[in-house]
Design a protein. Structure first.
Lengths: 139, 92
């Protein structure tokens, strides 16, 4: 009976590992093939969240079944990754925005500032006809 | 270790190596500096995942400290490089 139980655990671990490998491969392909930097920022999140979670779940399952007690080493890594990855991502996005603004990109390539978007949308809600000259002034 | 788990581990490590090669290609090609920082960050994270899979392969929990260290240094280095690209200096 114990053998069958361990077999199921190993099947779960193997499935999680294969899933994480496929997600990481998708992240690598996305990083290589997407066109702009803002698009390329998205695929690594797949490796940072989904495949890291799969590997952590697999190792927690494996070591818990092996030692017959709860082995939660991998959660440390996952929690640390969940805290640090958004910081890096936001800093890199700010960097791309800053360098596009200062290095003379054309205005079509620069996303509008968030405060401007919020103001024009609220103006559009209050008085829809005011929005048109504001938009023509911006371009 | 059953052949199923061994095969899954080999397949996963192969996928990681392919993804690392693709990220390395982006690191070499990358048109801008922040592309290279992003690819470096992805490389660090995949290295950490490789260590966690090796921990399962060799049934040793000693790999987790190394994985934690790699993830820590990857975060610090990519944040420092992003700050440098943003302002021109790391600590203001």
């Amino acid at each position: 009976m114990t053998e069958g139980w361990l077999g199921w655990i190993e099947l779960c671990v193997a499935t999680l590992l294969v899933l994480s490998g496929l997600f990481t491969l998708a992240a690598g392909v996305g990083v290589l093939r997407f066109q702009t930097f803002f698009q390329r920022m998205h695929p690594p999140a797949l490796a940072f969240s989904l495949s890291a979670w799969c590997v952590a779940l697999a190792s927690v399952l494996f070591f818990s079944a092996r030692r017959e007690e709860l082995a939660l080493h991998a959660w440390l890594i996952i929690i640390f990754l969940a805290i640090t990855v958004p910081v890096t991502t936001i800093l890199l996005a700010r960097t791309e925005l800053f360098r596009r603004r200062t290095h003379g990109a054309s205005s079509a390539e620069i996303p509008p500032p968030l405060s401007h978007v919020l103001r024009t949308s609220s103006e559009a809600v209050q008085a829809p006809k005011v929005e048109q000259p504001g938009a023509s002034q911006r371009t | 270790m059953s052949p199923l788990l061994f095969g899954a581990i080999v397949f996963t490590l192969g996928c990681y190596v392919l993804a690392m090669a693709l990220a390395l290609l982006r690191l070499v090609l990358g048109p801008s500096a922040q592309d290279r920082v992003l690819a470096m960050d992805l490389l660090c994270t995949i290295g950490m995942l490789v260590l966690m899979v090796l921990a399962i392969r060799y049934r040793s929990a000693a790999y987790f400290e190394a994985a934690l260290l790699i993830s820590l240094f990857g975060f610090v280095s990519s944040m420092a490089m992003a700050k440098f690209l943003l302002r021109g200096e790391v600590i203001e």
